[in-house]
Design a protein around this ligand. Structure first.
Ligand code: MRU
Length: 359
């Protein structure tokens, strides 16, 4: 795609949430953003599992990448303790990491890839080989995001304004981002002029994280309360709604941050196209449809309290972290393997068959 502007997409990607520093995992603590930029220094698999569960790191691809590095830390410990039983010993760590969060399939995907690599290890100290695998997972994710950025941006005719939900940027991935990667690329091509950012209650991934990334890149951003999206769409202010995914099932149903389904319904009513951007590590061919996706229920306190202060009387709250958008409501699914218009089971399978043929 020729860029006819002064902004290069590589200049629009300034943050790395996950870094391997040679001895351990440096993780940007996303709970403190945008107020404080502080990296956690994690030295064992248990600490990585805890960081994922407590949302110091979040976003489907970033969770998978961290889990892969978590396996590297586990192997380092287990091999040092007992070089003859490490393969069996490390299974408990893989299981612990796998339980950290239930919805994003990238976690299972990354752990299965690391487990296959363990099975292929010839002998001797496995640390180097496993570190290389984790680094490959990390690098491939950034490459997939760049590719999706170009593919998705090619669909956007501008100049126009878009709306996004949650955080799908450099913080949520290995770098660049999924939906936010498309937005970055389309901004670089001068086809996106402004990004409306849903605040994304209760964790405020939009207000705290997406707004922070966009501000760092100098991309015009406007934050709104989630409930204001309908009003904006009705007024014709938004040409595309662009979101990421935590799991896409074999028929094209999409689990993503709570509120995505509502946006999808709004999009169809207002004839605004919905673009879902997700790498193939987010596609789960083993699950046929969205009703079978485990949806994480988080602590009601996240809803009952706001910035440490209780905002409700003594009542109950529900706190589903994700919802499922039926494939019917998705206009475009962008993956690094290609673009799927109006996803269906046949088209999703075709995506994998075609790539296998051309590989
Ligand atoms: O609970 P979170 O913050 O981990 O949820 C993240 C999302 O729902 C994102 O939209 C999704 O992981 C795609 S990120 C590239």
């Amino acid at each position: 795609v020729p860029y006819n502007s002064l902004v290069a997409p590589e200049d629009l990607d300034k943050v790395r949430a996950v870094r391997w520093d040679g001895g351990g995992l440096l993780l940007l603590d996303q709970r403190l953003l945008p107020g404080k930029v502080r990296y956690l220094n994690l030295r064992n698999a248990g600490a990585v599992a805890q960081a994922i569960a407590e949302m110091a790191v979040r976003g489907a691809p970033a969770i998978g990448i961290c889990a892969a590095y978590g396996v590297v830390l586990a192997i380092r410990d287990r091999y040092a303790r007992n070089p003859s039983t490490w393969r069996r010993d490390v299974e408990a760590d893989v299981e612990l990491l796998g339980r950290a969060r239930p919805t994003a399939v990238n976690l299972r995907w990354a752990l299965e890839r690391m487990t296959s690599r363990i099975a292929a290890c010839s002998g001797g100290n496995p640390y180097r080989e496993l570190l290389q695998e984790a680094e490959a997972i990390h690098l491939e994710d950034i490459q997939a995001n760049r590719r999706m950025g170009a593919l998705g941006a090619a669909l956007i005719e501008g100049p126009c304004q878009v709306l996004t939900h949650c955080n799908t940027g450099s913080l949520a991935t290995g770098g660049y981002g999924t939906a936010l990667g498309v937005i970055r690329s389309a901004y670089a091509e001068r086809n996106v002029t402004r990004v409306f950012v849903d605040e994304t209650r209760p964790w405020l991934q939009g207000a705290r994280l997406t707004a922070w990334e966009l501000a760092a890149d100098g991309i015009p951003a406007t934050v709104l309360v989630d409930a204001a999206a309908a009003h904006l769409l009705r007024r014709g202010a938004v040409s595309w709604v662009i979101v990421g995914a935590d799991r896409v099932t074999a028929n094209g149903d999409v689990a993503n941050k709570i509120g995505t389904y509502g946006l999808a319904v709004l999009c169809r009513y207002h004839k605004v196209p919905l673009m879902v951007v997700a790498p193939s590590s987010t596609i789960d061919l083993r699950v046929e449809h969205g009703a079978a996706i485990p949806i994480e229920e988080r602590d009601p306190a996240e809803v009952l309290f706001c910035a440490g202060r209780r905002v409700t009387p003594e009542v109950e709250a529900i706190n589903p972290a994700f919802d499922v958008t039926p494939a019917d409501l998705v206009d475009v699914l962008v993956t690094e393997r290609g673009v799927v218009l109006r996803p269906s089971a046949a088209k999703i399978h075709g995506l994998f068959d075609e790539s296998a043929r051309s590989a």
